[in-house]
Write a protein that binds this ligand. Structure first.
Ligand code: C5P
Length: 218
């Protein structure tokens, strides 16, 4: 069966990555978590105390970054940062640094290059609108902020990461605002993307809904 590309967008904590991972496994596709790439930039900037408003410093930092994925782990310049990039501080910083044009340019170019061939599922904020506007399947996942905060909280606790529900909820509201009000590539549903509201759906139900959409195209 010929492979296609699948683009999934949606706000923070909607479960895009979890769903994309499962669907990719079922179809034998490769899942590219673009949020993890923005998180790597944020991690690098915070760790090295880089003033990202200084273009020269940022350009140097971006050229030093090597992000790779292996067996569900994320590596930044060879360091396994899978767990480190999932903290609230990194989430907030990723939302800020992802609004910087130079950061977006670098990561969007990388993502386009990776997904040149078919058989990819990319999830993020601008996949249907900017990175893969010609993807055969475009999906916008949505859910109300409280449901998303609860899921993120549960995810952190399951992974052994300290978490506070109220802080996560407020951060999700703040990130929704930042991500949908930035000048370049704000989070928005592409006109031709199919929307799935996951607020009251289980993971299995969302996976089924996504597979139903994909099966019409393959
Ligand atoms: O999806 P995740 O929460 O891991 O993404 C972290 C941050 O990276 C988001 O809040 C958003 O600001 C940014 N992002 C983006 N474009 C993408 C993916 C993530 O701007 N394609």
């Amino acid at each position: 069966m010929a492979k296609i590309n699948i683009a999934i967008d949606g706000p923070s904590g909607v479960g895009k990555s979890t769903i994309a991972d499962i669907v990719a496994d079922k179809l034998n596709y490769v899942h590219l978590d673009t949020g993890a790439m923005y998180r790597c930039v944020a991690y690098y900037v915070l760790k090295n105390e880089i003033d990202y408003s200084n273009e020269e410093l940022l350009e140097k930092a971006l050229s030093d970054l090597k992000i790779s994925f292996q067996n569900d782990h994320v590596y930044l310049n060879g360091e396994d940062v899978t767990k480190e990039i999932r903290t609230n501080d990194i989430s907030m910083m990723a939302s800020k640094t992802s609004a910087v044009p130079m950061v977006r340019q670098k990561l969007v170019d990388l993502q386009k290059e990776i997904a040149k061939s078919k058989g990819y599922i990319l999830d993020g904020r601008d996949i249907c609108t900017v990175v893969l506007p010609d993807a055969e399947v475009k999906i916008f996942m949505n859910a109300d902020a409280k449901a998303r905060a609860q899921r993120r909280y549960d995810e952190y606790i399951n992974k052994g990461i300290d978490a506070d529900y109220e802080t996560i909820y407020q951060d999700i509201i703040a990130r929704d605002y930042q991500d949908s009000h930035r000048k370049i590539s704000p989070l928005k549903k592409a006109d031709d993307a199919i929307e799935i509201d996951t607020s009251h759906l289980t993971i299995d139900e969302v996976v089924d809904a996504v597979l139903n959409i994909i099966n019409k195209e393959i």
